[in-house]
Design a protein. Structure first.
Ligand SMILES: [Zn+2]
Length: 474
């Protein structure tokens, strides 16, 4: 069955701190994909979700450190996260918060369904826990000195507590089948790691924590002394939104964008939870890599946090979007630096796209000629956007930049500023102007403001130069 509706989600961010560019990358990637599908399938067929993950120990402790109640703390961080995301022009349909009333209701309902199915049972957990990951650890998952590789500055907790366990192991065969389905997990290279996790034997995990240890959580529907484990609660946010928009159904392609550190929760725990509750699984889990800054992991403890606002202030929103969509960690980790963003800005935006658009606008304006708009506006019957099937925004941008080179070459070969013959000049310029019009349509999902600025100058018969799109940076 061809699925004409699309649901796109990003991971929701912990509210222990305001998001940084490493986390914002995923929003840009998902936003570009959502805009692209809206263009192809129509606005009302695409649903796009992002938000904040607000329960759990990490949030509770961050609140205590600020002398705030957990609610005051998460209200504040969630609001500031949203401001950062808005600066990047992220076109989400809902900014969900796991403290939202409908989410709390639905999370309890999913838990209850899984319990009724017989998949949740009482037990005792004795083992290790990383509060940074909010996750149970085995010794093999820790570094040689007993630290979490993702949170080397935190102490690993030894915990013994009574909780309710989810019968995760029961779904091993189901999960393996799912992983082997074509394109369930992308890029393809991420699959083996998940398969080997299953092959090593999935162990049931606690899905509640005692409320005397953690009060900041959704109360379990079956035992008032327990709250839902934060991952069990958080993953359900996607379904909450799906229910709200009638798009968690067979007619919808459900796509989750996640970082490599949480691929396991999304491709192994989440589908098992859904299957247990009698709910369909997502279609695609797209796993991207991490960003390092000047060779270092971006983290509070290293003091090298850069937020979206810092980059947007310096370069503008579209150059930031462009840089990450082209050079972000779409498949593997990448290292970034302010210098590399500036270099790309000058060479590919100021000298590349910006220069092309200014040149043609100026010559066209000077010619005093009219350039009627073409009736053929379809850009989706060409090859340029094929890599979007695998979410490869980098490759699509390379294709668009090839179009830019073709037109640049056409200008250099024909030297329209020297042409005296008006018919010839009109035909040369028409080709170049049509090219720019097409490029502005192609750019809509990637750099929406820039596409709009080009279209204001070019989508009329009489073309006038307005302003340089990307003034050169010194
Ligand atoms: Zn950790």
């Amino acid at each position: 069955m061809e699925k004409k509706k699309i649901l796109i989600t990003t991971a929701i961010d912990y509210t222990n701190d305001v998001i940084h560019v490493g986390q914002a990358y995923e929003k840009i990637l998902a936003d570009c994909t959502a805009r692209y599908y809206r263009d192809v399938y129509g606005m009302s067929n695409v649903h796009f979700l992002t938000g904040t993950d607000e329960h759990g120990t990490t949030n509770e402790k961050a609140a205590a450190a600020r002398n705030l109640s957990p609610k005051q703390h998460v209200d504040d961080i969630s609001k500031r996260d949203r401001e950062q995301i808005d600066l990047l022009n992220i076109s989400y349909d809902r900014f969900i918060r796991t403290t939202d009333e409908d989410h709390i209701r639905i999370a309890r309902d999913v838990f209850q369904r899984s319990y009724d199915k017989g998949d949740i049972y009482k037990g005792e957990y004795e083992g290790l826990y990383c509060e940074g990951c909010e996750s149970y650890k085995t010794l093999t998952e820790l570094t040689e000195d007993g630290k979490c590789p993702n949170h080397p500055t935190r102490e690993i907790q030894k915990i013994t507590e009574e909780n309710y366990f989810f019968n995760w192991s029961k779904y091993s065969v189901f999960l393996k089948k799912m992983l082997n389905r074509d394109k369930f997990i992308l890029p393809e290279g991420r699959k083996n790691e998940m398969i080997s996790f299953i092959d090593n034997g999935i162990k049931d995990i606690p899905v509640t924590r005692p409320s005397y240890k953690l009060s900041w959580g959704i109360p379990s529907p079956i035992d008032p002394e327990q709250v839902l484990y934060v991952w069990f609660d958080a993953l359900i946010n996607y379904y909450t939104f799906g229910i709200q928009n009638n798009c968690w159904d067979e007619y919808t392609r459900i796509i989750h964008f996640v970082g490599k550190d949480i691929a396991r929760w999304h491709s192994l725990l989440w589908p098992a939870m859904l299957e247990s509750a009698g709910i369909r699984s997502p279609d695609i889990v797209y796993v991207h890599g991490f960003i390092t800054l000047n060779g270092d992991k971006i983290s509070k403890s290293r003091g090298n946090i850069i937020r979206p606002e810092d980059l947007v202030k310096q370069f503008g929103v579209d150059p930031v979007r462009y840089y990450f969509l082209k050079y972000g960690p779409i498949t593997e980790d990448v290292d970034i630096s302010l210098d590399s963003i500036k270099d790309v800005y000058n060479s590919e935006l100021a000298n590349g796209l910006g220069n092309l658009v200014s040149r043609i606008a100026k010559i066209a304006e000077k010619s005093n000629m009219l350039f009627p708009l073409s009736n053929d506006n379809n850009i989706y019957n060409l090859e340029w956007d094929k890599p979007m099937n695998d979410f490869r925004t980098d490759l699509v941008l390379s294709n668009i930049w090839s179009e830019i080179s073709v037109i640049d070459k056409h200008i250099n070969d024909n030297e329209p500023w020297k042409i005296k013959d008006t018919d010839l000049l009109h035909s040369v310029l028409s080709y170049e102007i049509e090219g720019v019009r097409k490029i502005s349509r192609m750019l809509r999902s990637f750099m929406p403001d820039t596409a709009e600025k080009i279209s204001i100058q070019f989508n009329q018969e009489r073309i006038t130069f307005r302003e340089a799109l990307f003034p050169r940076l010194q």
